[in-house]
Design a protein around this ligand. Structure first.
Ligand code: SAM
Length: 284
């Protein structure tokens, strides 16, 4: 039996049955358009036989589109009513047993995923999209690539290169794991309820080998946070607190790293930040 997708009417009926009124707090804007969910799966290049992790499956629109092409899904949902209903919805839409695992949990805290997914595909809850992405990349090294729908400003920030206006700490931290790119815009009209922000698709591919271990990543991220907390200041001042305590000490570390002490954080690539972290470890 082929897998069938959810229609707009069925989504509202399901929500009513479950007594779910979409909440802003949980970023609940459900996609009610079959073309959109199929497009996300296609942009993600999901293939039959792959194991996909979906954060926030909600009523199952995107989940069914992933299952439709023969991939299997591990779905992490925080809303117990939605998590409990998903297997039943999937079965009613032709999904075979074993193709879907539902984890009833907060994605920010999950540390185990059944099936070792290699692809992340999600219409993310917008208030926690960056922390969820960073948590997943950090916690699940088997994840190789992904496509997520996020608020347009967040997507632009994630994919921003150094020097651009929106480049910030999330851009550098995301780039730690590999390259990101914008992969399309999505109309507000495909959601129920219609959100008051625009949405984009953003794609990432993890680098073939990790750029550094946990200690180096944490040290780098601390420096990144300090640089962007005072983004107007030159690095020798902005980083004084995390590079020894004084501007002179920060200058010495920056010079060892080959970074101009008069530069600002927004000009630096993730490679530059990593070199500063390495120089700081040498100086410690
Ligand atoms: N994937 C569905 C769709 O496209 O129609 C729903 C997407 S909706 C934007 C976000 C979903 O994430 C909701 O189902 C919400 O309950 C869930 N959610 C919110 N915060 C979460 C968290 N911390 N962990 C897991 N799921 C979460």
């Amino acid at each position: 039996m082929p897998v069938t997708l959810l229609g707009a009417t069925e989504i509202r009926t399901l929500a009513a049955e479950l007594d779910v009124t979409p909440t802003k707090k949980l970023g609940q804007n459900f996609v009610v358009d079959a073309n959109t969910v199929r497009r996300i799966v296609q942009v993600a290049g999901v293939r039959a036989g792959e194991r996909v992790v979906e954060v926030g499956p909600g009523l199952g629109s995107l989940t069914l589109a992933i299952l439709e092409i023969g991939a299997s899904v591990t779905a992490v949902e925080i809303d117990h009513r939605l998590a409990a209903r998903l297997p039943e919805t999937a079965a009613a839409h032709g999904v075979t047993a074993g193709a879907l695992d539902v984890v009833d949990a907060d994605a920010l805290r999950v540390s185990d995923l059944p099936g070792e997914p290699t692809v992340l595909v999600a219409n993310l809850p917008y208030n926690v999209s960056v922390p969820v992405l960073l948590h997943f990349l950090e916690t699940f090294p088997a994840l190789q690539r992904g496509v997520v729908m996020v608020q347009a400003e967040v997507g632009e920030r994630l994919a921003a290169p150094p020097g651009s206006k929106v480049y910030g700490a999330p851009s550098v931290k995301a780039a730690w794991y590999g390259p990101w790119r914008l992969a399309g815009t999505v109309s507000r009209q495909v959601f129920w309820p219609v959100p008051n922000v625009d949405s984009v698709l953003v794609a990432f591919a993890r680098d073939a080998s990790p750029r550094g271990g946990d200690d180096e990543r944490l040290r780098t991220f601390r420096i990144v946070d300090a640089a962007f907390q005072q983004r107007r200041k030159m690095l020798r001042q902005a980083l004084a607190g995390v590079l020894g305590g004084t501007a002179a000490e920060a200058t010495a570390v920056l010079e060892t790293a080959g970074v101009a002490p008069t530069a600002r954080g927004e000009e630096l690539s993730v490679d530059d930040f990593q070199r500063i972290a390495r120089a700081a470890a040498l100086a410690a």
